[in-house]
Design a protein around this ligand. Structure first.
Ligand SMILES: Cc1ncc(COP(=O)(O)O)c(C=O)c1O
Length: 384
């Protein structure tokens, strides 16, 4: 008779608040009618606050990867050189998308668990005195390793060197969780999806573009139709979409934006920072190792090395079946070596305590020695 709550603690899709679930539950409207277009206008305007930009934000049906592809195909042409800064699974994907569209992708690789070094970027850009690189591909928050890159410093390097490359940023697991002010940091494209920090179901590809990036959409020779932002540009501000918009997600996004407004963006960032600190303290109190160093550790996801003798499948199954907690698996070179705890979106201290308590119990039941209550006690101290 007890309805157990499921804690979706993979780093996305995240837990959907009840208010957003209710907002989803509406009848279809005419996509080009006054009721829906007014609502869409309100939502697109409201999104600017989350991106911290005065520029237009684009929402299309798709996922985060779609937003990344839209960023690439609209700003670059086949044969153009791009610099992919890679330190994990999703940074690799950004480069792969550019490769798929026949751009010349040069990579700078960093160890998984380490951040992208702004100094290394400085060196590469300084050597590119012919300005061969048309764009830099950067992952703000590497969801596979739980490392947040210093986007501000990298943007600054580009500015100091007066390098004209566009800075394209994947913010799929950071927008609405970790500070990324689009205008202040002079970014060119920030791409995200709906199912993580925005607390919505999957299904929206969301992008902000600078004036330079909008200009590049006119110049790109990459063939495209669905993602062609030249089709969107004349509709900006109208609440119209170039094809049928995913209406329920737009209804839900309005509610999410209201929730952001009520809490305040700064407070949302602070909450993510606090809960992340709690998760890392709790995990360490169990004797486990967090992959990322404290200085670069992500506020939205923590990648934890699996303890000796415990397989991910075993731990994940125990957590799911006994405690209703869904973990994220290790990706790429971390598969079978790590698990991930997502702590982004609609979460509160109590959720973190529950997840850590369950983790401790599951590890104990799987044979690991851990002192009782240590994880929750450490997390409670850390979030104070
Ligand atoms: C940093 C990052 N980039 C890209 C993606 C891909 O997003 P999607 O699965 O919505 O296409 C993810 C998904 O987890 C991500 O975390």
């Amino acid at each position: 008779v007890v309805e157990h709550r499921v804690y979706l603690q993979a780093p996305g899709p995240t837990n959907i608040p009840q208010r957003i679930l209710k907002a989803l539950d509406q009848r279809n409207m005419a996509s080009r009618g006054p009721e829906f277009t007014a609502l869409a206008q309100e939502v697109l305007e409201g999104l600017k606050d989350i991106f911290e930009t005065d520029n237009e934000v684009v929402v299309l049906p798709g996922s985060g990867s779609g937003a990344m592809e839209a960023a690439i195909v609209n700003t670059l042409s086949p044969g153009e050189a791009v610099l992919a800064l890679r330190s994990g699974h999703f940074a690799n994907r950004f480069g792969e998308i550019a490769q798929a569209h026949d751009m010349k992708v040069d990579t700078v690789d960093f160890e998984w668990g380490e951040p992208v070094s702004p100094e290394a970027v400085r060196q590469v850009l300084a050597e590119d005195d012919q300005h061969r690189y048309k764009a830099i591909l950067l992952t703000h928050n590497e969801t596979s390793t739980g490392v947040t890159n210093d986007v501000e410093a990298i943007s600054q390097v580009r500015r100091e060197l007066d390098h004209p490359a566009l800075l394209l940023v994947d913010a799929v697991s950071s927008l609405g969780c970790i500070e990324l002010p689009f205008d202040d940091w002079e970014l060119d494209v920030v791409a995200t999806g709906s199912q993580k920090g925005l607390m919505l179901p999957p299904g929206l590809a969301i992008l902000a573009l600078s004036d330079r990036a909008w200009q590049a959409t006119e110049e790109s020779k990459t063939s495209r139709w669905y993602w062609d932002l030249r089709r969107v540009e004349p509709l900006l501000g109208s609440g119209l979409f170039p094809y049928t918009p995913p209406q329920p997600l737009i209804f839900a996004l309005r509610e999410a934006l209201t929730m952001f407004k009520e809490e305040g963006l700064e407070n949302v960032f602070a909450r993510h920072e606090r809960l992340a600190r709690g998760v890392r303290a709790g995990v360490r109190a169990l004797g486990l190792e967090v992959l990322a160093g404290e200085e670069h550790a992500s506020n939205s996801v923590t990648t934890v090395l699996l303890p000796e003798g415990i397989a991910y499948e075993e731990l994940a199954a125990r957590m799911r079946s006994h405690y209703g907690v869904v973990l994220g698996d290790g990706l790429g070179e971390l598969s079978d070596r790590a698990f991930r705890i997502g702590h982004l979106g609609a979460l509160h201290e109590t959720d973190i305590f529950a997840v850590l308590g369950a983790l401790e119990a599951a590890l104990f039941e799987l044979g690991m020695e851990c002192s009782e209550g240590a994880a929750v006690a450490a997390a409670a101290r850390a979030v104070r």
